[in-house]
Design a protein around this ligand. Sequence first.
Ligand code: NAD
Length: 373
Amino acid sequence: MQKFSFPAFDTIESYGHEQVVYCSNKELGLKAIIGIHNTTLGPALGGTRMWNYANDDEALKDVLRLSRGMTYKAAVAGLNLGGGKAVIIGDSKTQKTEGLFRAFGRFVEGLSGRYITAEDVGTSIKDMEYIMMETRHVTGVPIELGGSGDPSPVTAYGTYVGIKACVNEVYGSDSVKGKKIIVQGAGGNVGKHLCKYLSEEGAVLYVNDIDKEKLKYVVDNYKAQIISDDEVFSKDADILSPAALGGVINDETIPKLKVKIIAGAANNQLEDEVKHGQMLKDKGILYAPDYVINAGGLINVYNELEGYNRERALKQASGIYDIVKKVIDISKRDNIPTEAASKKIAEERINDVSNAKRIRIYRDVKLFKQRNI
Ligand code: NAD
């Protein structure tokens, strides 16, 4: 008899997931894993990533890590959403077909709304259109298709108010006027909107981007000064706002930093959440946890589920100010890094809601009558 070595349950349990769904269709070349981490607060929402993983194990670990992250992100943002994510194993440049995404869409539909998908690294709006042919449980789609469109302006606005909360903590006033702010990835979708908000309030902007064409727009419109790659981490300034890529706060960059605040939209800024969160605290740098301050994107798609209205999404994103303040307060109260403080807030909210849901509501009174109870 064939022997299976299948340590999946150990791995799943170690991340605390509710459900992990393997989706397969050999003819269409579909190999996907959907991770549903926690649905206490609501349906598990998170994008579908298509990536050429080296093996199934790497794909499983990625989906478990990413979906757990979504649980924390939604919980701390105060949204009634759980954490989910999906990965499709394959090359996004050569292996995409209509059939593959429609088959995936049918698996999503089969989960009856326990998982809601969206675009992510390696997937596009076109792919979402195919998924939407098979399921309603897709979000973050273009306005023409009844969706909320580009989330970047809302993400940038949430980041802007999060920066103000940090400035208030460090300098005693919300104003960014005259504050020297470094924006990495300033030419990108979030970066350019963020630069607009900051420059309108009179911040002094130092910008960097590998795409010089995109950077020109920011320099021309927001009187920003271009700095070198090295200066992004070593320049004497008040705030560093990473808006490009992950892992930029690490053993190499932390010793060079001269800023008092790190607050930006980029995902997974700390190369090692625990170690580098502690190193920033020890150095007296206030770090706004990335998934707290960049939650505007998630807030935007959450609004899509309720019938989209950009004004309402922006208003909700303005709440990131108070959330960042709360994270800072807990961090000071418990003498822990801000990263750990935001996890604590998320876990407490999930526990409280889980506790509240233990109170049963029996709507079907007839059942009792029929049984003569
Ligand atoms: P984007 O691709 O539009 O912008 C990223 C910018 O960074 C680009 O202009 C790119 O040229 C630049 N860049 C890439 N590598 C660089 C490097 N080594 N040095 C300097 N610049 C570099 O992406 P985006 O949508 O603006 O997102 C930016 C970050 O924010 C990403 O980490 C993303 O995951 C995160 N984020 C975005 C949203 C959103 O609503 N778009 C929501 C949450 C989080």
